[in-house]
Every structure is written in C-alpha cells, then in structure tokens.
Design a protein around this ligand. Structure first.
Ligand SMILES: [Zn+2]
Length: 262
C-alpha cells in the first residue's frame, strides 16, 4: 500500500511538472515554484536568488509590481555577490514587458500541446527524422505502425482504455479520428465544469498511455488495461484536487462517477 502510494505521489509530481501556467492576475501561480515564464521554474533558473528569497512560495501577484513593471521579491538579506546580481539582471530581462491582467490564471498541459503539434517522438516520427529503428510497430498492440494518430485513436489496446474511461465518465461510446477530437470530447455539455473535468481526465489518460508505451519499450513491462485505468483514476483525482476548487472530493465517490460533485 505504501509502495503504491509512493508510486502515485511520484507520478503526480511528474504530472505537475507537465503543467505550465498562463498568468492572468497571478494569484494562483507561485513565482519560484511553478513553471510560468521561460523554460524552467525560477527556483532552478535562478538558484542563487531563490536561496535568499524570503517567501519561497510567494505568488506571482505578490512578487510583481505592475505599476513599476518590475519584480518586488523580498530577500532574507541584501543581495551581495556576483551570482546574485547577475541572476537579478537575468530575471529583469526575462520579465521585460510582463504585465498582470484581470483574468484568472490558467494551466496548460505541455505534453498535450506537443501531442497536438505531433511532436511526441513516436516510432514513425523518429523514422521521419531518419533515425534508424529496427521496430516501428506500436508497442502496445504490435499491429500497426506507431504514429500518435494510431496510438491515441486507432490502437486496439488504447481503445479498451478509452472504452473503460468513457463508461466511467458516462460518455456515450465515441469514435475519434484525430487527436484533437479527443480533447473536444466533452465540448457542448450543459455544465461548463463537466467539460473541464472530462478534458482533464482525457489529458491524464494520454499521459498515462504514453508512459505505458515507454515502459513497454524501454523496460519490457507489459501494459494491462486495468492497471492503466486505475492509474488514470488516481492521477486525475490528485490533479483535480490540486488544480481546482474541488479540494474536498471523496475518492470513494470519485471512483464511481468523476462528475458526482456537480
Ligand atoms: Zn497499437
């Protein structure tokens, strides 16, 4: 049980690192900890400054003076060495032109974005880049060439995962012809939040499927539909609790119906 929990926590940490904030008013996004500007979290990009930052968990709103157009972090002591001054300059230029707005902060999933752009390194994509591969068939079904279109919309194995997830979300059986169709699966529902939750579950599913594919290829670990479905349920539960107003959802009810709280 502890082992299982550790695994889920570990995976959920990876899930969070896959998110990037699109800052609006900056109240939900943490200046040092979240990924929101540039390629890295500020704690990793500017470690010398992070070590003297007074509030490591400060939000962007608390750390940015919108009128002056400059960051206003508080430090444990005055900045004093070359590395600190250099990083202070780097932050200034990285944040050049940044402004807070009135809109809510949003989170986007980096992986899904890459997928939509067909930039995930499937075997077919690698071959297009002239990387010589012995094996180009899908690792999960071994029946067709592995493209992202196949992996997410045409694969017999992932079809069984989608069927189970569809039944859990009470979505009618669906056919999708494009990866983008998956993300639009929940559009047009009566309650806006239903869309958001189902879309989140679809994103987590894509990520879990991609991981299962990697485990098969790199560690020869066979993928089981039931295990993937269980991971999707637990990871999306953690995701929803940490990224929405539904902080009190109950696992037991969630397992039965992920829209039960609406
Ligand atoms: Zn397949």
């Amino acid at each position: 049980m502890v082992l299982w929990l550790n695994k889920v926590v570990l995976q959920s940490r990876n899930v969070n690192s896959q998110f990037r904030a699109v800052v609006g008013n900056g109240s939900e996004v943490r200046f040092w900890i979240d990924k929101w500007r540039g390629e890295l979290q500020f704690k990793d990009a500017f470690p010398a400054l992070f070590s003297v930052a007074k509030d490591k968990y400060a939000s962007v709103a608390e750390s940015w003076d919108n009128e002056a157009g400059i960051y206003c972090c508080r430090w444990n002591r005055s900045l004093s060495n070359a590395a600190e001054f250099e990083q202070a300059d780097q932050i200034t230029s990285l944040l050049n032109g940044f402004v807070l707005t009135d809109s809510d902060d949003r989170w986007v999933k980096i992986f899904v974005w890459r997928l939509e752009m067909d930039r995930i390194p499937t075997r077919a994509a690698l071959r297009r880049r002239h990387i010589n591969l012995q094996e180009v068939s899908c690792a999960l079904c071994e029946a067709e060439e592995e493209t992202s279109l196949h992996l997410y919309t045409g694969c017999g194995f992932t079809f069984r995962v989608w069927s189970a997830i569809g039944a859990w979300c009470k979505i009618d059986p669906f056919f999708v012809f494009d990866v983008k169709d998956l993300l639009k699966l929940a559009n047009g529902r009566r309650i806006k939040e239903e869309n958001k939750i189902i879309q989140g579950i679809v994103m987590v599913s894509m990520w879990v499927i991609w991981n299962a594919r990697n485990e098969k290829i790199f560690r020869d670990k066979g993928a089981k539909v039931g295990e993937l479905v269980a991971s999707i349920k637990s990871l999306s539960f953690i995701w929803l609790r940490s990224r929405s107003r539904f902080k009190k959802i109950v696992w037991k009810d969630w397992m039965v119906n992920p829209l039960y709280m609406l």
